[in-house]
Design a binder for this molecule. Structure first.
Ligand SMILES: [Zn+2]
Length: 181
């Protein structure tokens, strides 16, 4: 999802204009013509998990737009005052109602086009019973040959699952840095 442009100044409410500030900056910013506040826009973090149970991975069927009805790993925007792992765990509880133990970072994906960085951690499920929240139609486990590859919601989910099953075959999980064009 592309972010929409800033329209109003956060400090005084005046309409902003996009221009290169006069302070040596080289990028266009939303600048307030009244109080001269410069609004910097930077990438957002999306944090999630690869919850696994034996040779299966937990996916959630989305009950929300975008990509309603498509399958995804549990993930969402990081909140203020939480760590990346805390955010990933929170999203996994909210979207799947899963019980699990957090493990290490697995993928870091730059999605430059939309200004996002996605971080997925492995999470060892401690139960195969789920209690999905309102954002999820269904949460269920998939073996590699059951993954609905054509019904995945996001490239970041597909890339992360690809790496997960490849690493699983070798028995060694490393951290993967991936750029999505
Ligand atoms: Zn202003």
């Amino acid at each position: 999802m592309l972010r929409s442009a800033i329209k109003h100044c956060r400090e005084c409410g005046s309409g902003v204009v996009y221009r290169v500030p006069d302070d040596g900056d080289t990028r266009q910013r939303a600048v307030c013509p009244s109080c001269h506040t410069i609004h910097y826009e930077n990438p957002l973090n999306v944090v999630g998990t690869v919850p696994y149970w034996g040779d299966k991975v937990l996916l959630c069927k989305r009950n929300i737009e975008p990509r309603f009805g498509k399958w995804t790993l549990p993930a969402g925007f990081m909140e203020l005052n939480e760590t990346t792992a805390e955010g990933a765990a929170r999203e996994t509880v909210e979207e799947a109602g899963a019980q699990f133990e957090m493990q290490g970072l697995f993928t870091m994906l730059s999605v430059a086009r939309v200004g996002q960085v996605h971080l997925f951690f492995r999470a060892r499920l401690t139960s195969d019973q789920f209690d999905p929240g309102t954002e999820t139609i269904e949460a269920r486990l998939f073996a590699e040959d059951e993954i609905p590859w054509d019904e995945l919601a996001f490239r970041t989910t597909k890339e992360t699952l690809d790496r997960y099953f490849a690493d699983r075959r070798t028995g060694v999980f490393s951290v993967h840095t991936i750029d999505i064009a």
